[in-house]
Design a protein around this ligand. Structure first.
Ligand code: GLY
Length: 565
């Protein structure tokens, strides 16, 4: 009944607004929506629809963002979460900016060498799978911290997620396949039956995924607030599961967890103002460095995917990622020289050895660490009728996190501990070398690349942007912004045109499928090693025209969907 109501509302909302409808899967997907009052774009059509109904029912963009985050925890269990963490960047209509950090942190019993075995080997299997991989979840603390800026009662924001968990939602062929593919990992990493594994047969398209235990967990949050998660039966379930599987999270860790409002990272780029996430995400600072290294450079006039502009951007990406390796970590634990790393003289000196037409070389750059990060994260944007803008990137790290459900609490836990440098000073499985700024310490937050961003033009919201994609997050956000501000692509093209990625180490350029063949040949001739990737990012954008028209664009690479009115 509930599903039918949603489906009907979704179809009604499509009428007249959608420019692209993809009918794959049980729910229609809208790739581009033009709207006047408010818009939402997220990785799942049901989540976008829930956000839209909150806006239409008098909620502001923060309310809608909370409802979307909670709904994604039900309908997008691979990355949507209450067992992980994230970052929210907001620009409120009265001019206030908000950077909310609800990143997971290391448990109190964590230690620097916890993933080194008795032979001295770094065990990425321990940091990526199962109970020991799990950091203290931050999402629910983040949602209550955000709610200070909302208008509607929290119970109204969480109810759609409760209903979808309780009554279930119909899954697509891709979702069924993904759950089936992960079955072995679910079975290995759980100590009891979980909603994501069917005992009778494999999942198939059209099945309904019901999550009764998750619904009960969400009801405890609805009825008891953040304590309903951090100091309740849910907390006991998490800790019992940890004890059964060798994880470290304690009741005290959960009780102590706090979301933190941080001073937003802001800087000018050309005539725009960029608002983005500060540490413990490296994403905002990398974005600042990359944009400032290419700002007003003549090569950028050559346009999207030109050899000259692409090479310049690759070299900016290389240098920014080398700095990430050495300097960046949780600001509550290490002093990150943010101002110095963003200063014009420093960035000019970084690009001094840039040679147009000749590939740079990562061997000549002082080594640090590029920690492995999974591609699996999710991003969403919201804008409301008053012009409040919210940009959120949230993650379990890996797809389905550590594959462990928090016992009878019914939700998947993160494997965010792998975002630390698990063995500082020693090459990791990807050939990157570790530094100390991002070493593990009790209660420390692991370095992230998530880059939720808002771009202002003449002081007014112009773009809301972000993406999943691990270390490709800052480079995808960088490219999406310059695609619009420098290369004058439409928001739809800026999102969907093929992207590229360089992260210092390994010293190669990843080109997304469909990237210009002639530019690839030119890059090879300059001396770059080229790798081919199927997809880079799943970028969501809301562009705001000077007359206030909203263009919400959902990335064509997935089943992401926009909604608006
Ligand atoms: N786990 C992905 C990130 O935080 O960047």
């Amino acid at each position: 009944m509930y599903i039918q109501r949603y489906f009907l509302a979704l179809c009604l909302c499509l009428a007249g607004f959608s420019t692209t409808v993809n009918a794959q899967g049980p729910y229609p997907i809208q790739k581009t929506v033009m709207a006047q009052h408010g818009a939402v774009v997220s990785a799942h059509p049901l989540a976008s629809q829930v956000g839209l109904s909150i806006l239409k029912n008098g909620g502001n963009a923060v309310d809608a963002a909370i409802a979307v985050q909670l709904t994604l925890a039900v309908v997008f269990p691979g990355a949507g979460n209450i067992g992980g963490g994230g970052f929210m960047v907001a620009h409120l209509s009265k001019g206030q900016n908000l950077a909310l950090d609800y990143r997971e942190c290391a448990p109190g019993k964590a230690s620097r060498d916890m993933y080194i075995d008795s032979t001295g080997k770094a065990r990425t299997d321990w940091s990526q799978e199962g109970h020991l991989a799990c950091g203290v979840p931050g999402t629910i603390a983040g949602m209550f911290a955000a709610h200070r800026y909302g208008k509607l009662p929290f119970k109204d924001l969480i109810q759609p997620a409760i209903d979808l968990a309780e009554n279930g939602f119909v899954i697509s062929a891709n979702e069924a396949e993904s759950l089936n593919e992960n079955k072995k990992s679910f079975q290995q990493n759980n100590t009891g039956p979980i909603a994501f594994v069917r005992a009778d047969r494999p999942w198939k398209e059209g099945d309904t995924l019901v999550q009764k235990e998750l619904a009960a967990t969400l009801k405890r949050i609805r009825d008891n607030g953040a304590k309903g998660f951090y100091e309740s039966r849910t907390a006991q379930y998490i800790v019992e599961e940890m004890q059964k599987g060798g994880g470290l999270i304690s009741l005290e860790d959960l009780k102590q967890y706090k979301a933190v409002e941080r001073p937003i990272l802001t800087f000018p780029y050309k005539s725009y103002t960029i608002l983005t996430m500060p540490m413990p995400s490296s994403g905002g600072l990398l974005l600042a460095q990359m944009l400032k290294m290419v700002e007003n450079k003549p090569a950028m006039d050559s346009g999207y995917a030109s050899g000259a502009a692409t090479q310049l951007m690759i070299e900016a990406e290389r240098r920014a990622f080398a700095d990430r390796a050495t300097y960046m970590g949780d600001p509550d634990f290490v002093k990150v020289p943010v101002d110095a790393l963003m200063s014009a003289p420093y960035l000019a000196s970084r690009m001094q050895d840039f040679q147009a037409g000749k590939a740079g070389n990562s061997k000549d750059v002082k080594a640090g660490v590029v920690p492995h990060e999974s591609m699996e994260t999710t991003h969403f944007d919201v804008i409301d009728a008053d012009g409040n803008c919210v940009s959120v990137t949230t993650t379990l790290n890996g797809w389905y996190g550590c594959s462990t459900v928090a016992g009878k609490a019914g939700f998947l836990l993160n494997n965010e501990m792998d975002d630390f440098s698990i063995k500082p000073g020693v090459p990791n499985m990807f050939g990157a070398v570790g530094g100390t700024a991002n070493a593990i310490a009790p209660h420390k937050r692991m370095l992230s690349s998530m880059t939720p961003t808002i771009v202002l033009k003449d002081g007014k919201p112009y773009l809301i942007v972000g993406t999943p994609g691990g270390t490709t997050i800052p480079t995808s956000v960088f490219q999406t912004i310059v695609n619009i501000t420098d290369f004058h692509l439409s928001p739809e093209d800026a999102v969907n045109k093929p992207k590229f990625h360089h992260q210092w180490l390994p010293d190669d350029v990843a080109l997304e499928k469909g990237f210009s063949g002639s530019t690839e040949a030119a890059l090879k001739a300059m001396g770059y090693t080229i790798k081919h990737w199927g997809g880079i990012g799943r970028t969501e954008v809301i562009a705001i025209a000077p007359d206030g028209t909203l263009e919400a664009v959902a990335d064509g690479r997935g089943n992401d969907s926009a909604a608006g009115y």
